[in-house]
Write a protein that binds this ligand. Sequence first.
Ligand code: SF4
Length: 468
Amino acid sequence: MALTMFEKIWNSHVILEKPGGDTLLHIDRNFVHEGSFHAFGALAKEGRTVRKPRQNFAVADHYVPTVGRERGLDATEDADARHMIQLLEENCRVNSLTHFGMDDARQGIVHVIGPELGITQPGLTITCGDSHTSTHGALGAYAFGTGASQLKQILATQCLWLKKPKTLRVTVNGRLGPGITGKDVVLAIIAKIGAAGATGHVIEFAGPAIRSLSIEGRLTVCNMAIEAGGRAGMIAPDDTVYEYLHGREYAPKDAEWERALTQWRALPGDEGARFDREVTLDASALEPMLTWGTSPEEALPVSGRIPDPQSLGDADKRAHALQALAYMDLKPGMALTDIRIDRAFIGSCTNGRIEDLRAAAAVLKGRKSMIPAWISPGSTALKAQAEAEGLHRIFLDAGVEWRASGCSSCAAMNGDKVPPGLRCASTSNRNFEGRQGKGARTHLMSPAMAAAAMVTGRVTDVRTLTGA
Ligand code: SF4
């Protein structure tokens, strides 16, 4: 029987199946961050420790300060945040887990460092107590977020009881135009199928436009699979993935590398494999995208106008759009390019990678930011790489803050908040009410578009600045 890539990975990890569909799955890699303390606490209460420490990796990212990092924990003014960072370190010590603490050269956002260190590999099952774990699927893994009780189960047993999700293939045909990025592709997909469009499904992204994306672009696409309701997102591995992984710290070496390559090459879905659902998109029709509302599905091409909620047939969507317009202080019919922007943030596990930083630098070079703006690279290693390339000079010359690595303003748990009522061009993945701080208004877009907003102080089609 012809199998999809997801089915191949699922089948090779099944330990036990119960009547009714409950399946015990082996988990190859699990990541933890500061938010994992509930699971560690529950484990300790039962007098247990982590069953397979070598398959678990910890990193401090959500609560770490992005300014004054040379002062270590003292840079974190909030006592609770400091405690969260210390608690993770202590839980890792007690359980003998590899821990990339805030001073480690390998520290970064969990979904950035997994691929970067080669811990994320094709064919693996990967979990983390964080919804954007779907990111790792860009390398051909089945990666998904877990709740605290599931995380405890994984820490205790390295297995997890699950029901098998359905499969959805999203095929992006045609060629991406100049200046169109993975962020634009995934925002267009979510706008098309809706924030609940892939609920209960694992999404496999396919087609020539997906294949043409760099690893960074693919990671961005899979990162936001969850924003379409997907259980996970994945892309079949190919030479782009193998070249990216080769030589990374945790990637297989020598004979093991050759063995792994043979296994990875057998992973893509078989000819004729069937998906529960199929969706297609034309890449050549895409423009730079951004969100206008408070759901990632409320996204439009940059040439668009704010929709009139009364024109929406679906009552729930109409009600949401009305509330979103009130929160975002926008009026129906307004051109997106008339929206003034007060702040900009480039970073997060969606768009904090080297290609993102280079794209922002290409726009900012020789220009000045008209608004307060900051860039937080996705990892400490990326920060060093960007500095070796001289990108930080371009940012600093443009008047943009160049900060240390962490989740920063994506969820603002470390205090990097956008003040109430201000409008932020953000490269992160969620534009929910209050996501970047109470009353903050978030417009999701690509790094190049966020850089364009910096230099003009308004929503701007980046192609008008770059001549793309
Ligand atoms: S950058 Fe944002 S979405 Fe990504 S792990 Fe951090 S808080 Fe979560």
